[in-house]
Design a binder for this molecule. Structure first.
Ligand code: GTP
Length: 598
């Protein structure tokens, strides 16, 4: 029976430990992709993923493996991202699998995201195959890493596979282990259809393409399907698998991973985590869905050209389709006009969304400084959630502000404990505990305000631990804090989009720092620009941007009008990510400047 020969698995790892490269080698070894078509990280098909060398979106691919037992197996490999911002993508792919390959870098050992990801797999009761990768590196210490996997994670690593995704060593052993150690899927082929949607994308020709894992029953073209949570019904046009190009199939059955298209045009009705069933013979209960992901930070997103507001809304709706964690609602800023308040899982997520919107939808955008959600209690007894600093009530109206705290887990070699503590302390961290993982490595726990770690904490951690520190965090709850709002004024006008919130003890210093920083960022114009920082109406800092003395075009010999126009045109085209606020042009960096720390 066919199911016996199916293996559904994911690869999980800390970032850069080699997941995508292992996936490449697997595709090559199984002739899924010919050597000629092979380019690095085939599954990272977004340009952005290639350029940054990271996996952002999960990808599913089917491949055929001729095993040593003489049988041919159908593998469904689901690649997952490793960065902390994208861990929700990991749990989504795991829900579609029976097993996971846990990749650990032979030189770096177990890191914070190794732990976070493997625990997700353990929670889902998946079979786990430890794979120690990069054994070709001179600094590789595979035996030490093997011990670490046993001690730190508590997994038996005596049969760990040793691989080098670079040279191809051990990849075949890994494929054999997948056949032998990961169970075949089970699921009644004759039961009513139940398929989990774990991803979806919008295609201009085919409509919404659903990526599904079929748990029970079968689905084929012509079937009437129903999405159980949204209640909508469609007729299936096509089913198939990605290998990695789409290949049509006559049907998909219990145990398989593939895609369904059904001329679904309304992108708002397909939700990742929903269950597809057959409308004529529906299942009684949907499959358990996904944990809802709550955004950690919110930022304003505005088109630099106000006329592009509707385009931005459409683009956000399309992106939300394959990024369920994206949340947005319209907002209006006095300074920036109409835009959206958008929720993100972290700064990398925010960067990625901004870049995808700009590239895939040809928009030019400004994002304001990200903010966490504060709970404010007002003197009149009412309460308010504030995710936009500009909307924080004046301190005279406030009785209490609470901010979100996280439990941060930091793993470092013991030489860096001092540096990490210093960094955490400077970010208002409260020390919780410290444990030795083995002779060399420590796990440090801090209770910290989320606002102190979202922006550049991870970069600072990396630089103060020479790249060895790794971080994971979970929201632990809200705590009362003594916070104040700082406003920025340009030529006496408050710019709402530049307001920010800081702890009272740092507020004045931050106000001064930011006024100075803005002075260096805001380009000179032909008039003077006064920059002021204020707390509740009291000015705490002032700087000025001097006007430029000469006309830019003056250096052109002669007053040739067309050349002059050309130069002005050129300047205009180069004016990316710049927004005119009143008469002042403010570049993107200015909005982020309020969060920078040195
Ligand atoms: P994300 O997709 O961002 O989560 O990272 P990843 O875990 O997929 O890592 P990726 O495959 O992108 O590899 C990271 C880096 O390590 C790349 O520069 C690879 O070329 C390199 N690398 C991967 N495997 C090996 C290996 O076995 N040996 C050596 N020397 N380098 C490797």
């Amino acid at each position: 029976q066919h199911q016996k020969y199916i293996r559904n698995f994911s690869i999980v790892a800390h970032i850069d430990h080699g997941k995508s490269t292992i996936a490449d080698r697997i595709l090559e070894l199984t002739d899924t992709v010919s050597k000629r078509d092979m380019q690095d990280q085939v599954l990272d098909d977004m340009d952005l993923e290639r350029e940054r060398g990271i996996t952002i979106k999960l990808n599913a691919v089917e491949l055929k493996y001729h095993a040593k037992d003489g049988e041919t197996y159908e593998f469904h490999l689901i690649d997952t991202p490793g960065h902390v911002d994208f861990s929700y993508e990991v749990s989504r792919s795991l829900a579609a699998c029976e097993g996971a390959v846990l990749v650990v870098d032979a030189a770096q050992g177990v890191q914070a995201q190794t732990l976070a990801n493997v625990y997700l797999a353990i929670d889902d009761d998946l079979a786990i195959i430890p794979d120690i990768n990069k054994v070709d590196l001179p600094s590789a210490e595979p035996e030490k890493v093997q011990e670490e996997i046993e001690e730190v994670i508590g997994l038996d690593a005596s049969n760990a596979i040793m691989t080098s995704a670079k040279t191809g060593l051990g990849i075949e052993d890994l494929l054999e282990a997948i056949v032998n150690e990961i169970p075949a899927p089970q699921g009644d082929l004759t039961a009513p259809l139940r398929a989990l949607i774990f991803d979806s994308v919008y295609d201009d020709y085919r409509g919404v393409v659903l990526s599904v894992r079929v748990f029970e029953g079968t689905v084929k073209p012509g079937d009437k399907i129903r999405l159980m949570n949204s209640g909508t019904e469609y007729e299936v046009n096509e089913v198939g698998v990605n290998s990695p190009k789409p290949i049509k199939r006559d049907y998909l059955m219990a145990g398989e991973v593939g895609y369904i298209t059904a001329s679904i045009k309304d992108i708002t009705e397909t939700r990742v985590g929903d269950t597809v069933t057959n409308a004529a013979a529906p299942a009684e209960e949907p499959l358990p869905g996904y944990r809802e992901m709550n955004p950690m930070v919110y930022a304003g997103l505005y088109p630099t050209d106000n006329a592009k507001y509707v385009d931005l809304r459409e683009a956000l709706e399309k992106l939300k389709l394959n990024d369920a964690s994206l949340e947005f609602e319209p907002e209006t800023s006095q300074a920036l006009g109409h835009g959206f308040r958008v929720g993100f899982l972290g700064m990398l997520h925010m960067d990625v969304i901004q870049e995808r919107l700009e590239r895939e939808f040809n928009l030019d955008l400004i994002t304001t400084a990200p903010s966490v959600t504060y709970h404010a209690e007002l003197t009149d007894g009412s309460e308010k959630d504030v995710d936009n600093p500009a909307e924080m009530p004046d301190s005279s109206e406030l009785s209490k502000i609470e901010e979100p705290y996280v439990k941060a887990t930091i793993m470092v070699p013991n030489d860096y404990v001092g540096a990490v503590m210093e960094l955490c302390q400077s970010r208002r961290g409260e020390f919780l505990t410290m444990d030795y993982l083995d002779k060399y490595r420590v796990n440090i726990l801090y209770n910290m305000p989320l606002s102190e770690i979202i922006f550049d904490f991870f970069d600072k951690l990396k630089s103060s631990t020479r790249g060895f520190g790794s971080l994971d965090y979970d929201v632990s709850g809200y705590q009362t804090s003594d916070l104040v709002k700082i406003d920025i004024l340009l030529n006496g006008e408050k710019v709402d989009a530049l307001s920010f919130i800081a702890h009272r003890t740092f507020a004045e210093r931050r106000g001064r720092e930011i006024a100075t920083r803005l002075k260096n960022i805001i380009p000179r114009q032909n008039f003077e620009i006064a920059i002021q920082a204020a707390i509740g109406g009291k000015i705490i800092a002032r700087t000025t941007v001097k006007p430029y003395r000469k006309d830019v075009t003056a250096k052109l010999y002669g007053g040739d009008r067309t050349r002059r126009m050309k130069l002005l045109e050129k300047q205009k085209a180069g004016k990316k990510r710049m927004k005119a606020v009143g008469k002042v042009d403010i570049p993107q960096e200015a909005f982020m400047a309020v969060l920078k720390t040195d």
